[in-house]
Write a protein that binds this ligand. Structure first.
Ligand code: HAM
Length: 430
């Protein structure tokens, strides 16, 4: 057997375990997103973690996400597969495969894999919640998507968020624009290095979102997409802006916001979180991809969506709440059983309480009564139910209020109902 690598039993670089109690914030975030999605008329979609490599090539051969960062591999049958780097291409692939009726409005929560240089807010596995809608080209849907994403971020208590808005045009305006941009960059390529030229030739739009300081001067003065929009695109873009104004969502025009993926057309947007480090301050982003379904062999079908990074949302929410006491919900159980009897009664009662809908737990391994009381207090439970010989003789149990310390005797047969009555009253406080 080969020698084990010292890091073998640690999570891979750039990937993280989420353990309790931190996982509680995740669970609450996903539940809140699910509720909001349903309120907006979106249903859950689940696609595989791996797809054929070609699905993601549609995301853009010239993008870092596909060119440098994809976790791709051949399976044992020789199929070229890749771990999902993002969620839109799989959803559109599923749409093309199953041809559901439109409008098709779906939401998802899933991990994504990008071989990036890890740093705070940038990981090799990150999670997204997102939504996609296929069918309508109506700008009302663009407004809906932005308000869905923006409202969710605000619901998490994140106030430092800005909506950045741009339009990428459509096929007819994009081609001449890309040519104009390429010509401009070629004319300014002296001293910019090989990577610059490579990007200019592969896709000059990918120069616009480059972070390199020494390129910024040339980028600042580059021709802008919104100057090249067709009248229809211009009208669509203005309607989206008026829609956002009408529902009071402030937005900034960001002419160099091109997003890191190649499928975008028309409206694109990003939610910038100002509590995050500037290098990765995007809480989320999205836009239209009106050509993607057709590129995957489906009928021409407009589409739009967004995704938010869960880790970044939690960092931003944590940063804003620091020092003000967090709004995280209390986890744990309602009832804890403290067992002096040592027989099957604790197992039977616990089963009964849980099946009646209560959140209940116990200590294991025949621990001392004192240790069980400590565990009960730690569990966050409002009540301990004490199983002791004296009470058992009278077919009763002890019910101890762990907040006030008061203890009562309650008939064994009535304990589930008794607890439910009292817990319903206090549920809000917990
Ligand atoms: P994206 O901008 O590549 O868009 O990713 C969306 C969000 O995921 C980012 O704004 C960020 O919060 C988070 N994220 C991305 N990469 C990482 C990473 N390495 N570590 C931590 N968080 C990260 C998309 O993926 C598109 N599919 C969004 C979309 C949906 N467009 C249309 N529909």
């Amino acid at each position: 057997m080969s020698a084990e690598r010292p890091e073998a039993f640690r999570a891979p670089v750039g990937m993280h375990d989420v353990l309790p109690p931190d996982s509680r914030a995740w669970r609450d975030l996903v539940a809140a997103f699910a509720d909001r999605a349903e309120r907006f008329g979106y249903e859950l979609v689940i696609t595989p973690i791996v797809e054929h490599r070609e699905v993601f090539e549609r995301v853009g051969e010239a993008t870092d996400v596909v060119r440098k960062e994809m976790y791709d591999f051949d399976d044992k049958g020789g199929r070229a597969l890749a771990l999902r780097p993002e969620g839109t291409a799989p959803v559109v692939r599923a749409f093309v495969q199953h041809r559901p009726t439109v409008p098709w409005k779906v939401w998802y929560v899933a991990p994504n894999f990008r071989y990036e240089r890890p740093q705070k807010g940038r990981y090799r596995q990150h999670w997204q919640v997102g939504a996609e809608a296929l069918g309508p080209a109506d700008p009302a849907l663009d407004v809906e998507m932005i308000s869905f994403a923006h409202g969710f971020v605000r619901d998490l208590g994140i106030t430092q968020v800005r909506v950045l808005l741009n339009s990428m045009g459509d096929g007819s305006t994009r081609v001449p624009y890309v040519e104009a941009l390429r010509d401009y960059f070629r004319a300014h390529a002296t001293g910019m290095g090989d990577e610059f030229l490579e990007r200019v030739e592969a896709n000059p739009i990918r120069v616009l979102d480059a972070k390199r300081e020494d390129w910024q001067d040339v980028i600042e003065r580059a021709p802008q997409l919104t100057e090249h929009l067709s009248p229809e695109e211009q009208q669509h873009f203005e309607t989206v802006q008026r829609g956002l104004d009408a529902i009071g969502i402030e937005h900034e025009l960001a002419p160099r916001l091109v997003r890191g993926l190649d499928y975008y057309t028309s409206t694109t947007f990003e939610l910038a979180g100002d509590a995050l480090d500037a290098a990765q301050n995007a809480l989320g982003g999205g836009g239209r991809y009106d050509g993607l379904a057709e590129e995957m062999g489906g009928p021409p079908t407009p589409g739009i969506g967004f995704a938010l990074g869960i880790e970044r949302l939690l960092i931003a929410a944590g940063a804003e709440h620091a020092g003000r006491g967090t709004a995280t919900t209390v986890s744990g159980v309602d009832v804890f059983i403290v067992d002096h009897l040592g027989g099957l009664e604790a197992t039977v009662l616990l089963h009964e309480l849980r099946e009646s809908g209560l959140r209940a737990d116990r200590a294991y391994g025949g621990r001392s009564v004192k240790a069980q009381m400590t565990a009960a207090n730690r569990s966050g439970a409002a009540f301990a139910v004490i199983l002791a010989p004296d009470e058992a003789e009278r077919a009763a149990v002890g019910a101890k209020n762990l907040v006030s310390g008061d203890q009562l005797e309650v008939p064994r047969e009535q304990i589930a109902g008794w607890l439910k009555l009292r817990l319903e009253g206090s549920a809000v406080e917990r």
